[in-house]
Design a protein around this ligand. Structure first.
Ligand code: RFL
Ligand code: PHB
Length: 391
């Protein structure tokens, strides 16, 4: 097999890259280790930045999102038993976010690729990349019991944090920056009516909690927990008790309970690899960087990476111009580090750290108070949350 761009991973990064390249007349093949059913059912992100929404719309894959997604013009920060609204449009010159689940974006992108005759190979095994520092990099993999080779001009490593492309870069050619947080998120999906019109980020002595949504009938909630805890230790009654305690207000707000049909624990880390390129291998999305989910940035960074990469590849194929490919890593990393800072800031401000002193706790409250009373600080939160304009 031969293609112009071999893409490893059919997450948001890989699928969107394949779609954007197709619009530029560039051929690609996507290799994915899981099945189509699996990738279309994995529950992950929910918040799309304005720039991601605009990109999906402009490239013809935003139709269902516009119909079924929920436009949110703000979020609530809740602390000290009170809610404070951050209004996005008035703080950012009219920008907002869309709540639309990541697996719905995946479904839309797979459908668009399939309709356009795009090649996606699901359930590949033992994928490995070769000859990265030559002009003919290759991917070898097993599929249906046979070993295949995909010869490419370029390889895009879109295989997520646990993929094989990043470790294929010789270790002396990359620097990695990591922070692990001493807590995780316990996430649930609930069949219940919405308790709020916009997301609630709650700071509480017992730990952080987040109220998000998927539809008027399905709600998505998270609570800070021990990252090594076991879902088995959390019967429904304990989850509700904790959520009620952390989300309680003095304003009579009520959290609607319902049937919990999905539970999971997520670790929290910040991670960046530099550079995001080695020879003809380009990394994009979680393969190159991870943010804690408090800033809702992961999927959006993946989309921003592949937008820059697709344009750089388009310049190469149209004019033989390699400059944008040379600049890819530095261009992408500017946005990545901004999002790393924002995500780390939101995480530090809103979570309980087990080694924190009461002094530290008071500083968190002072900062939250400042965010909800100072326009400058509110703009800082809002413009990062809705996403800074794409480079
Ligand atoms: P993905 O989605 O992990 O996709 C990588 C794909 O590569 C495949 N793969 C391989 N394929 C072939 N061979 C191999 N050796 C392979 N190894 C891996 C995998 O099967 C997979 O299909 O990476 P990508 O495309 O970079 O996308 C990144 C996003 O998925 C991620 O950043 C977000 O989900 C993060 N995130 C959020 N981001 C947001 O922008 N807004 C949010 O509200 C938000 N909330 C979240 C989140 C992540 C969460 N979890 C579970 C970590 C909430 C949660 C709970
Ligand atoms: C979600 O709806 O899954 C979600 C929303 C906001 C976040 C993280 C996750 O910050």
């Amino acid at each position: 097999m031969r293609t112009q761009v071999g893409i490893l991973g059919a997450g948001p990064a890989g699928l969107l890259l394949s779609h954007l390249l197709h619009l530029e007349g560039i051929d690609s093949v996507v290799l994915e280790s899981r099945s189509r059913q699996e990738i279309e059912a994995t529950i992950r992100a929910g918040v799309l930045e304005q720039g991601t929404v605009d990109l999906l719309k402009a490239t013809g894959v935003g139709e269902r999102m516009e119909r079924e997604g929920f436009l949110h013009n703000g979020i609530y920060l809740r602390f000290g038993g009170r809610s404070h609204r951050i209004d996005f449009p008035s703080l950012t010159g009219g920008r907002a976010i869309m709540v639309y689940a990541q697996h719905e974006v995946i479904k839309d992108l797979v459908a668009a690729r399939v309709a356009a005759g795009g090649r996606i190979v699901f359930e590949v095994k033992d994928a490995a990349v070769y000859d990265l520092d030559t002009r003919e990099p290759k991917i070898r993999f097993h599929h249906d019991g046979t070993l295949s080779e995909l010869a490419c001009d370029f390889i895009a490593g879109c295989d997520g944090f646990h993929g094989i492309t990043r470790p294929s870069i010789p270790s002396r050619m990359r620097s990695e920056f990591t922070r692990l947080y001493p807590f995780g998120w316990f996430g649930i999906l609930v069949e219940a009516p919405a308790s709020t019109d916009e997301l609630i980020y709650a700071h509480h002595e017992r730990g952080f909690a987040l109220v998000s949504t998927r539809s008027p009938q399905i709600q998505r909630l998270y609570l800070q927990c021990d990252p090594n805890d076991d879902v088995k230790n959390w019967p429904d009654s304990r989850i509700w008790e904790e959520l009620h305690a952390r989300l309680e207000t003095t304003e009579g707000w009520r959290l609607a309970e319902g049937r919990i049909f999905q539970k999971g624990i997520i670790a929290m880390r910040s991670f960046v690899v530099e550079p995001m390129r080695y020879g003809r291998l380009f990394l994009a999305g979680d393969a190159a960087h991870i943010v804690p989910p408090t800033g809702a940035k992961g999927l959006n960074l993946a989309a921003a990476d592949v937008r820059v990469l697709s344009q750089a590849l388009a310049a190469f194929y149209a004019r033989g111009d390699e400059q944008a490919l040379k600049d890819y890593s530095a261009t992408a990393l500017r946005r990545v580090w901004r999002a790393e800072h924002f995500s780390s800031w939101m995480t530090s401000m809103l979570h309980r750290f087990h080694d924190e002193t009461t002094f530290h706790h008071r500083l968190q409250l002072a900062e939250l108070e400042y965010v909800v009373t100072s326009r400058a600080k509110a703009v800082t939160l809002a413009e990062n949350y809705v996403g800074l304009p794409l480079a």
